[in-house]
Design a protein around this ligand. Structure first.
Ligand code: KQY
Length: 375
């Protein structure tokens, strides 16, 4: 397994998601102005995701004081439930990016594990973000690291975990649409952002896709709805064959960038196309179930940012969204099974509930890597 790459500022690096985890962290949805019908259907799907992952690695779910007993009652016994104040439940973005030290050896077999605590502004700040008060979310990473007694590397740069993917061998994938958006870090240049990613993630090469998935407006085009690594040198790309779909132009543009670059090790990338479902749109009934309060309004007729790339890689399993679109659901399982021959692909029905609130399975999960002992 990889212990190569360049040491980061602290001598730690972010491993690829398929490297071994000690556990997975998930928040518990609650706010009725983002989760329809008082978050009841969303909670059902979160419980399904947590339960599926818990068959492969330990899971901790964090729920507010008001929701702890409800979460406990819906989750299997083997899932730990801890109380934590939250503004919403997107731990990919509010949780820590957990990194591992490169110093593990026979004399010091326990690899060091630590967490980067990025700054967070609700995906765009007061004017452009998803909700105006993110004071609890700002503390999620710190609380998780405190629970696990892990060192914390705070960072002032606004960054969400869903906006980066790494291959564990020095390459980071991201989008210009998100990281260069003026609603994140208007005072940083592209080069300065690259320098921070290199220093904190232990990467040496950043591959910038111009845009993320069409309709992914909450996050301004997070990479985790658009493209991810399968292994070093191989990526999955959200695709559509429909030339009239606005996603087509984005997919072709990304395909061209990926086809004309190399990764940190100088490899050309193999690009596997993963067709999007639908297109899917929010119904009148779904929109009516979301209360109007502080959060960004959810409007009927909005194109849903639904993508099969937004899966979670657990120890030995791919936890994959299904949207009730038989043709593309089946095709996604076929493509993922072929791409990950040593993982079991576990289907999560009803992932549409998470998409209605602006994300998907990858967005609600955060892996805690275990680190690897060098022989
Ligand atoms: O997709 C994500 N990483 C998070 C989406 C958050 C949406 C909040 N409404």
């Amino acid at each position: 397994m990889d212990m190569e790459g360049t040491p980061s500022l602290h001598g730690y690096y972010m491993p690829a998601e398929w490297e071994p985890h000690s556990q997975c962290w998930i928040g518990w949805p609650e706010r009725p102005d983002n989760w329809r019908n008082n978050a009841v259907p969303g909670q059902l799907v979160f419980a399904r995701v947590a339960s599926a992952i818990s068959k492969f690695e330990p899971v901790t779910v964090c729920a507010s004081g008001a929701q702890w007993a409800n979460a406990r009652s819906q989750l299997p016994e083997n899932v730990r439930v801890v109380e934590m104040s939250l503004n919403d439940s997107w731990f990919r973005d509010t949780g820590p990016t957990i990194v591992i030290g490169r110093s593990a050896s026979c004399s010091q077999p326990e690899p060091k594990v630590a967490g980067i605590d990025w700054n967070f502004n609700s995906w765009g700040g007061v004017d452009d973000g998803c909700y105006p008060d993110w004071s609890h979310d700002l503390l999620v990473a710190q609380k998780i690291l405190a629970i696990e007694k892990l060192p914390r590397f705070p960072h002032t740069m606004i960054l969400e975990g869903g906006s980066i993917h790494v291959d564990g061998e020095g390459t980071c994938l991201t989008t210009e649409e998100c990281l260069l958006n003026k609603n994140r870090n208007p005072n940083l240049t592209k080069e300065q952002i690259e320098d921070q990613l290199k220093a904190y993630l232990g990467v040496t090469k950043i591959i910038w896709l111009p845009r993320g998935l069409y309709g992914d407006d909450d996050t301004n085009g997070h990479i985790d709805n658009m493209c991810c690594f399968v292994k070093p040198g191989v990526v999955l790309l959200s695709w559509t064959d429909d030339e009239t779909d606005p996603q087509y132009e984005r997919a072709v543009e990304a395909f061209s960038v990926l086809g004309n670059t190399t990764d940190a090790k100088g490899r050309k990338l193999e690009v596997i196309k993963l067709h999007v479902p639908g297109p899917l749109y929010m119904t009148e009934e779904e929109a009516a179930g979301v209360s109007q309060d502080d959060a960004k309004p959810r409007l009927a007729g909005t194109r849903l940012a639904a993508s099969y790339v937004n899966f979670y890689t657990a120890n030995g399993a791919i936890i994959a969204p299904q949207f009730g679109d038989q043709k593309w659901d089946d095709e996604a399982v076929r493509v993922l099974s072929k791409a990950f021959p040593y993982h079991e692909v576990v289907k999560i029905e009803g992932a549409r509930e998470i998409v209605l609130a602006g994300g998907n399975i990858h967005c609600i999960t955060q892996q805690q890597p275990r680190g690897i002992v060098q022989p």
